[in-house]
Design a binder for this molecule. Structure first.
Ligand code: HEC
Length: 148
């Protein structure tokens, strides 16, 4: 990881409180995704088009764990400071109601793009599409679930 990444991650976190108020009135209607992600067939774990690699796990620990927790339970060190709790990525009852495309858009474009809280940042300028797809696979691994 180079220093620029750390600075960018720091800036994102620093800028967050401004866009992370408790008032959901700020919520914009969900914007349609600018481009539709390729539809991965609802495959069993391990046979996904974008499998989870060591790099996927590292990316999650580096960019996501401070809010979502090192094991995805939504209890990262930053979580107490957010007005909306980070999603627990191990909770199948919620995540199986979400498609892979939805999770992809939430990560790529941020919470607002899917009608959720802006405390979930947009990662489209930080992570490439393949990495985001593999993070979706990783979340499916954490929740041990697929979209219903
Ligand atoms: C600054 C804290 C923060 C960071 C960093 C963060 N998230 Fe989130 N994330 C949130 C919050 C808060 C929510 C819940 C939004 C809501 O419920 O309205 C969320 C929700 C989500 C959701 C589910 C959207 C939904 O319907 O609730 C996914 C998927 C997700 N995050 C993935 C990631 C991934 C992958 C990363 C790392 C690349 C990441 N997040 C980094 C705060 C964060």
């Amino acid at each position: 990881m180079n220093r620029a990444f750390l600075i960018i991650a720091g800036l994102i976190l620093w800028a967050l409180p401004a866009g992370c108020g408790p008032d959901p009135a700020e919520e914009k209607p969900a914007a349609p995704p600018a481009e539709s992600a390729p539809t991965a067939p609802a495959a069993a774990h391990g046979s996904r088009a974008h499998p989870v690699t060591a790099q996927t796990r590292q990316t999650y620990q580096f960019y996501c764990a401070q809010c979502h927790g090192t094991e995805g339970h939504g209890n990262g060190i930053n979580a107490p400071y957010l007005t909306v709790p980070p999603r627990d990525h191990t909770k199948a009852d919620y995540l199986e109601t979400r498609s892979d495309e939805y999770l992809f858009t939430a990560i790529q474009k941020g919470g607002l793009a899917v009608g959720r809280a802006p405390c979930m940042p947009s990662w489209e300028y930080t992570l490439d599409k393949d990495t985001i797809h593999s993070l979706v696979s990783y979340i499916r691994e954490l929740c041990r679930c697929e979209a219903l």
